[in-house]
Ligand binder design. Structure first.
Ligand SMILES: Nc1nc2c(ncn2[C@@H]2O[C@H](COP(=O)(O)OP(=O)(O)OP(=O)(O)O)[C@@H](O)[C@H]2O)c(=O)[nH]1
Length: 349
């Protein structure tokens, strides 16, 4: 029995994983794909964005959302049963794509492919790490050696990287292919610097491709044939040798709720101010704009905010505004919620 190839898409919050998957679905070239989507926040925005993208390549029934925490921590409870269900179908998918949450460690997930029930039926074709070249060029992941040396001088026990840096290293160390995304936002010098930082973390021979809005050739992305589950030792991880349990206590998230938003510009301006003030990493969600039949998707990655209408609100669907807000531990939820109250509108009954 041939094994179903599976591609794991990893990359920090907002790197462009969902954008790349949408591109993949729109260019599936007749392949039947299934998607497993894992998100950190409590509102399934990514699933909403890929549903209906290409029903022939991936009908809604073949899109499974795992919203119950990071996939790396819920492997046995959520991921394995989901995989088994897909693999036991009379007509299993030709290729499975897994979008991990931006905070997931890929290695525990790849390790799950060593489980006897999975091992005989599926293989990890490749781990693809997406890099937000704009964020890396802006210094959000790389070590500021001077600042680190000063911090260590003040506290000699300080021996580990920042949570953002740790995830950056972890996701790259496990990768078979790296996509430097958001090349439209970075100049040639910046891209060269980012590429050097990436190369310092990847295993030898790992291919790096540059992309704008995740537009990578499907032939390059699928069919890497890495069988990553057989090659785990070469992929170092901060949790190697530990009992493999870890948590995501370094990050906090909550959902800000509202109803019809009377003044969209005021909401966007307030978001920008709060992101800067509270160092918010990511905001994403749906907004009901007063007087508009369409549902507005709002995305913020660091200081960059984007929005577009994706579809009309359903006639029986409550016009609810929901924004997932994610930041590092200690995020001041009360202050951010208070800052948004007057621009989010009243939550519908
Ligand atoms: N300028 C620019 N924006 C991009 C590019 N790729 C993605 N984006 C935008 O970045 C934002 C985040 O993209 P997503 O695809 O949702 O990122 P993600 O990695 O799935 O995010 P999480 O699931 O929250 O971790 C969206 O507003 C995208 O439109 C790119 O190449 N250039």
């Amino acid at each position: 029995m041939s094994k179903v190839p599976t591609t794991v898409i990893t990359g920090f919050l907002g790197a462009g994983k969902t954008t790349l998957i949408r591109h993949l679905l729109q260019n599936a070239k007749g392949r039947r794909l299934a998607l497993i989507i894992n998100e950190f926040g409590d509102v399934g925005v990514d699933g909403e964005l890929v549903k209906g993208c290409n029903d022939e390549a991936c009908p809604e029934d073949d899109i499974v959302e795992l919203a119950n925490g990071c996939i790396c921590c819920t492997v046995a409870d959520d991921f394995l049963p989901t995989m088994m269900k897909l693999l036991e179908r009379p007509n299993p998918p030709e290729h499975i794509i897994i979008e991990t949450s931006g905070l997931a460690l890929p290695k525990p997930l790849v390790k799950a492919f060593q489980w006897p029930d999975i091992r005989t039926r599926a293989t990890v074709d490749g781990v693809v790490a997406l890099i937000d070249a704009d964020a890396v060029a802006a210094g959000r992941f790389a070590t500021d050696e001077v600042a680190l040396a000063a911090a260590r001088a003040a506290d000699p026990t300080l021996d580990h990287d920042s949570p953002l840096e740790e995830l950056f290293e972890e996701q790259l160390a496990c990768a078979d292919m790296v996509v430097l995304n958001k090349t439209d936002l970075v100049d040639a010098d910046g891209l060269a610097r980012v590429e050097a930082l990436v190369l310092a973390e990847t295993r030898p021979g790992v291919k790096i491709v540059r992309a704008d809005h995740g537009a990578v050739d499907i032939a390059a992305l699928l069919g890497i044939t890495a069988a990553a589950e057989d090659d785990l030792d070469s992929r170092r991880s901060h949790i190697d040798g530990l009992d493999e349990s870890h948590d995501h206590d370094d990050f906090d998230s909550f959902v800000a709720q509202g109803g019809d938003v009377a003044d969209l510009d005021a909401l966007l301006a307030r978001m920008a101010a709060l992101i800067a003030q509270h160092d918010v990493l990511r905001i994403k969600g749906m907004v009901a704009v007063a007087g508009k039949p369409g549902r507005l998707i709002v995305q913020a990655v660091g200081p960059r905010i984007q929005h577009f209408y994706d579809r009309a609100w359903g006639s029986a669907e409550p016009r609810r505004t929901q924004l997932v807000v994610i930041g590092q531990k200690g995020l001041d939820r009360a202050a951010i919620e208070a800052g948004l109250t007057d621009v989010l509108g009243a939550v519908p009954a």
